[in-house]
Design a protein around this ligand. Structure first.
Ligand code: NAP
Ligand code: FE
Length: 373
């Protein structure tokens, strides 16, 4: 077995970890650009914890709070222009996957000139601003990956900047910021974490290390299932306990560490069209598709599927798919014509190269059909 393992991000995990490590901020420079979304970082206390720590450390900052969900290419160029104009020495991204992914592209574009046509080329100079990340959803694991996933209208999809240069330097992981996360976002982002963990095990780039992390993360996710299902009934974010929030955040971190090694598979490739064309949340898109793909894997490589199901505590893929169905609730209606278009896009995506069990375009079409039957 041959493999490499790279995860250079320092992770500091735990309640109030930012306040406890405020002195670290001054090691990155004199001026930070805080990259975040429109509202949530101000409402959940994460932005205040960061700015208090910056004041304590004597570091100046400005704020770029224009990152939308599924960030666009113009948004990251605008953020990079703000970073240059403000003379930022480093980037602090606060939020879900969207501000974090935007933060990585901004850190890259603020340090070097890259034309939009070359943005996804992977050919970059060895220059990037240091990055401190604060996740406020538990799902993407973006705080520990080398991917920045942007809405790419030219490809009518979502495309990744993938480069070891954009691993964040430091991640502060504190689950208290998720305590008011709406139940639906909690569930959708948890489904993204599960998808990363499972897809990592189904990847041709999986290794002993990535499988070990993935199996542990899948177990953390399943331990939270009763609370997630119950919270869906009550609709109250308080239905997910602080302990379960910590487990989900760790599952998300592990999922990020896994896909940093393995990449994602056809599930993510298929999900991108659901997000791009139908505006279905990224995590939900994966949660809607994952069960059908695991059934496909079970037919083509039963031993591989068994390993994943064992980690999740399920004897077969069918009850696993039923669990996901319960979690996802009522499904969107998706028409035959659009599915055919999405199947073509997914079949041509580079994620297909990561699949151990590789579906044909016709089989991808059937996976969509089964997922939305
Ligand atoms: P998101 O788009 O970052 O955030 C979704 C919504 O949740 C936003 O409205 C946000 O509000 C709100 N929100 C965030 N934290 C909150 C909190 N603590 N309390 C209340 N509301 C909160 O969603 P996401 O699922 O975390 O990220 C999805 C993105 O990540 C996609 O673009 C996906 O492609 C990408 N992704 C990246 C990787 C990677 O490895 N880089 C992996 C998987 C997915 P505000 O806008 O006001 O902040
Ligand atoms: Fe994802």
């Amino acid at each position: 077995m041959n493999y490499e393992y790279l995860m250079p991000t320092k992770v500091i995990f735990g309640r109030n970890c930012i306040a406890q490590h405020s002195a670290l901020f001054k090691t990155f420079g004199k001026k930070a650009l805080i990259v975040t979304g429109a509202r949530s970082a101000r409402e959940n206390g994460s932005q205040k914890d960061v700015t208090d720590a910056l004041k304590e450390a004597g570091v100046d900052y400005s704020v770029f709070d224009k990152v939308m969900s599924n960030p666009t290419i113009p948004c990251v160029y605008e953020g990079a222009a703000a970073a240059k104009e403000q003379g930022a020495d480093f980037i602090i991204a606060i939020g879900g996957g969207s501000p974090m992914d935007a933060g990585k592209a901004i850190a890259l574009l603020a340090a070097q000139d890259i034309a939009p046509e070359a943005l996804f080329s992977g050919n970059y100079e060895n220059k990037v601003l240091p990055m401190v990340f604060v996740p406020t959803t538990a799902g993407t694991g973006s705080e520990v990956t080398q991917y920045s996933i942007l809405t790419n209208d030219a490809a009518q999809s979502k495309t990744s900047i993938a480069s070891p240069l954009i691993f964040p330097t430091l991640a502060f992981a504190d689950a208290k910021y998720m305590e008011c996360l709406p139940v639906q976002t909690t569930v959708n982002t948890a489904a993204d974490a599960l998808s990363h963990l499972v897809e990592g095990m189904l990847s041709s780039r999986a290794s002993l290390l990535s499988d070990t992390l993935a199996a542990k993360g899948i177990g953390l996710f399943t331990a939270c299932l009763p609370e997630l299902l119950n919270a869906l009934k009550t609709g109250s974010p308080a239905g997910v306990s602080p302990e379960a929030r910590e487990r989900l955040l760790q599952a998300s971190l592990l999922g990020g560490m896994v896909i940093a090694q393995t990449g994602t598979t056809v599930v993510h490739a298929m999900g991108y069209s659901l997000t791009y064309f139908r505006d279905i949340d990224h995590g939900r898109a994966n949660g809607l598709l994952l069960g059908a793909y695991l059934e496909f894997v079970e037919q083509h490589d039963p031993e591989l599927a068994r390993r994943v199901l064992h980690a999740a505590g399920y004897p077969q893929s069918r009850p696993f798919r039923e669990m996901l169905a319960l979690l996802m609730g009522e499904r969107e209606a998706v028409g035959a014509e659009e599915i055919a278009r999405y199947a073509k896009i997914a079949a041509g995506s580079k994620n297909m190269g990561n699949c151990v069990a590789k579906p044909t375009e016709e089989e991808i079409l059937q996976l969509y059909q089964r997922s939305f039957a």
